[in-house]
Design a protein around this ligand. Structure first.
Ligand code: ADP
Ligand code: MG
Length: 316
């Protein structure tokens, strides 16, 4: 499928981040609804063409935990990526509507993100590099899908040059400039789970503060808001990572799982090891593709209700 800019009709703006803008669009020839991401890159045309070539690997990514890809092209100096539209949107948006997530959704998210990371790495040697709530999507059937992973070397390099913000989900070893490996994504997953479970920023800070992660989160009154992004990065490197407490009603399995994700690099398990953790004991092996029967109906019901709330209907 070769998509042309003029074949896409804008339906709705979905959001924008550091890298670009995402819109819901209709592809006229196929009548398919898609998500179109436009990334402005100040690079020579050879580099831009190289990015488009590298993005083609996404055609080969075929996993229920990875966003579907329709194609990419250059348009008026922008890199345009057409991907599957995921109807409930990203976890940060959903969090704003629902508040802290129930335990079965945290399990389902952990299981799906780890399975997606394992798929990308084992099949394509791809490290995600940007696991955060806005890059994890939920559809109304209950599927969790990863997007915005580091497929294109040139895109990663070009974005590093134009990068304006710093992600609060970066691991301590990455902040310190170490080699980046798949365990960095595990750290990011741990922070994300901490925030989605507790509704608090992991390293202090309040909405509108130095570097908000999930908007809608409350700053932890026990922890001082970081003064600046540098202050925050210093904390990630130097301070003890946050932990969930059983006394706040979390299961011991969840508390231990998050704690393992937030260990220093050498003690942190990799995604394969974490998939065997008892927190995920009710979930099947990564390639069996099925959500555990025990949770399947709860997950579907929860996802359907998110969609109903987004449409302004009462929950069922
Ligand atoms: P960021 O991920 O930093 O928020 P992006 O430009 O990658 O910035 O995405 C902007 C927003 O668009 C995301 O926060 C997400 O809510 C939404 N979004 C991205 N991709 C999709 C998609 N495939 N389907 C539905 N919503 C999406
Ligand atoms: Mg994104």
């Amino acid at each position: 499928l070769s998509i042309k800019a003029e074949e896409l009709v804008m339906l709705k703006k979905l959001g924008s981040g550091n890298s670009g803008t995402v819109s819901k669009v209709l592809h006229l020839p196929t009548q398919k609804t898609m998500a179109r991401k436009t990334i402005h890159i100040d690079a020579k045309e050879v580099i831009q063409s190289q990015i488009i070539r590298e993005l083609r690997i996404m055609h080969e990514c075929d996993s229920p935990f990875i966003i579907g890809f329709y194609g990419a092209f250059l348009h008026e100096g922008d890199v345009v990526i057409c991907m599957e539209y995921v109807d409930c949107g990203s976890l940060d948006k959903i969090f704003k509507l629902t508040g802290p997530f129930p335990d079965f959704m945290l399990k389902h998210i952990a299981y799906s993100v780890l399975s997606g990371l394992v798929y990308l790495y084992d099949n394509h040697r791809i490290i995600h590099r940007d696991v955060k709530p806005s890059n994890v999507l939920l559809d109304s059937k209950g599927n969790i899908k990863l997007c915005d992973f580091g497929v294109s070397r040139e895109l990663i390099n070009s974005m590093a040059d134009t990068f304006v913000g710093t992600s609060t989900y970066m691991s301590p070893e990455r902040i310190q400039g170490g080699v980046y490996n798949i365990k960095g994504d595990v750290w990011s997953l741990g922070l994300m789970l901490y925030e989605l479970a507790s509704g608090k920023f992991a390293f202090g800070g309040a909405p509108g503060g130095a570097a908000p992660g999930v908007s809608g989160l409350k700053g932890d009154p026990q922890i001082k808001t970081p003064d600046s992004i540098l202050d925050l990065l210093q904390r990630i490197v130097n301070e003890r990572p946050p932990s969930l407490k059983e006394s706040d009603g979390y299961t011991p399995e969840l508390c231990e799982f998050v704690e393992l994700c937030l260990k220093k690099e050498k003690d942190r398990p990799d995604p394969h090891e974490l998939l065997k953790h008892k927190f995920l004991a009710d979930f099947p092996e990564p390639d069996s593709l099925k959500v555990s029967a025990k949770y399947r109906s709860d997950i579907k019901k929860w996802a359907k209700n998110v969609r109903r709330v987004q449409k302004g209907k009462p929950t069922k």
